[in-house]
Design a protein around this ligand. Structure first.
Ligand SMILES: [Ca+2]
Length: 410
């Protein structure tokens, strides 16, 4: 099937529900729901009554992105043309300022609730607000989908069927618990629910009732949504007496190839070799004897950080260095009136992921650990580049570039 034919096929499925192909797909879905799915839910302790309440009238939603339609050859991702986007795009200053400004007013508005939450869970208000703002625009973003419909569609028509079926069963467990009706369980098109954007399994693990009405309502109760975010972080290991991290400045001759959680050492040891906070303030006394890790998201070409284990707790919410830095910086703006990172992200020539993969493969052949040749420069790739450069006695950058490709003979 060509691209155009595939497009027409999808068009027909979307807009002509009486088309034979669509009809049979709906039938297949209904049969699957009443047999395989029903059996699996029963085994997981979902009652017939809950199953009916959840699934009655639920139809496939073929407009969701990323579905795998039967008969359609999976499009091979054109990785050769995929560009690696510089972290700079992630930290759009206008967006950060907008979120910080609303966050500051909400800090005042919800002060008492946030203080009670901080007392109970040990997570500072700024971090909770930053996640709330990032995930759902402080509960103002439109979250229009029915989570049951999204998950049922994906459990039937995606290449991660097992994952989505598990989440669908978790969603039914929520309905069975009586916390919320199926109709009120709204999610994103990916199945992330409510103001904290929890998948149903995270809801079962971390959602809490904080307004005292006996129900965990992350959709329309602000105290429940905020305390659930705090509980997620606490259960994931948040250390209450510690910061998330600090923007720092490395001495010009410092070895940049020492990033990552496995190269942690006491913050005072980093300080002793001349790494200092970019604000000019000293590291807080409480932090000095505790573990800190170096993070250089763009190698020597961008802001540099010493982070604490709490940085990795934020990554459990969303597994991305940029996400965790975004939350940390937004929290600092809300809680402490700080601004953008002081060091700018350098304007580098755009690189293709395929070129980054070539660098990774070459390093792997020489015995370096790049954390998998995926075309994305994570900390293992960055520090292996730095180690390779040091061995070749060329200037360390700890980041892929066109120049590095040439130097490696690629
Ligand atoms: Ca509640």
């Amino acid at each position: 099937m060509t691209k155009i034919q595939f497009g027409i096929f999808v068009f027909l499925l979307c807009f002509l529900p009486l088309h034979a192909g669509a009809q049979s797909l709906d039938k297949q879905f209904a049969t699957w729901a009443q047999t395989d799915l029903k059996r699996a839910t029963k085994a997981a302790g979902i009652s017939n009554r809950t199953f009916k309440r959840a699934m009655s009238g639920v139809q496939l939603d073929l407009k969701l992105p990323g579905l795998t339609l039967p008969g359609a050859k999976q499009k091979k991702q054109k990785q050769t043309q995929a560009e690696f986007r510089s972290p700079a795009k992630y930290f759009d200053e206008k967006r950060m300022q907008g979120l910080a400004s609303i966050g500051n007013s909400l800090l005042v508005k919800h002060q008492k609730t946030l203080q009670r939450i901080e007392q109970k869970y040990g997570v500072p208000a700024g971090i909770i607000l930053a996640i709330w703002g990032r995930e759902s625009g402080y509960g103002r973003a439109s979250i229009p989908h029915s989570v049951i419909r999204v998950l049922a569609t994906r459990a039937f028509l995606s290449d991660r069927r097992e994952f989505f079926q598990k989440e669908l069963i978790a969603a039914m467990k929520i309905i069975q618990s009586g916390d919320v009706s199926a109709a009120k369980m709204k999610s994103s098109w990916a199945g992330a629910m409510g103001q904290p954007q929890f998948m149903p399994s995270s809801y079962l693990q971390f959602a809490v009732d904080f307004d005292g009405d006996g129900k965990r309502n992350i959709w329309s109760s602000t105290p429940d949504a905020l305390a659930s975010i705090a509980n997620y972080l606490k259960q994931s290991g948040w250390q209450s007496n510690r910061d998330w991290g600090f923007e720092v400045s490395l001495p010009a001759d410092a070895n940049c190839a020492r990033e990552g959680p496995d190269m942690a050492k006491p913050i005072k040891s980093w300080a002793q070799e001349g790494i200092s906070r970019i604000s000019g303030r000293p590291f807080p006394t409480l932090e000095m004897s505790q573990a800190g890790m170096l993070i250089l998201p763009a190698g020597i070409w961008g802001p540099e950080f010493i982070v604490t284990p709490n940085f990795y707790v934020i990554k459990k919410y969303n597994n991305s260095d940029n996400y965790a830095l975004f939350i940390g910086n937004l929290a600092d703006r809300i809680g402490f009136g700080m601004g953008s990172f002081k060091t700018k992200w350098a304007n580098q020539k755009v690189m293709y992921r395929s070129d980054i993969r070539k660098i990774q493969q070459k390093l792997e052949m020489q015995g370096y650990d790049v954390g998998g040749a995926d075309g994305l420069p994570g900390y293992k790739t960055r520090r292996s580049i730095g180690d390779w450069q040091q061995k070749k006695r060329i200037k360390q950058t700890c980041f892929p570039s066109q120049n590095l490709l040439k130097k490696m003979g690629l």
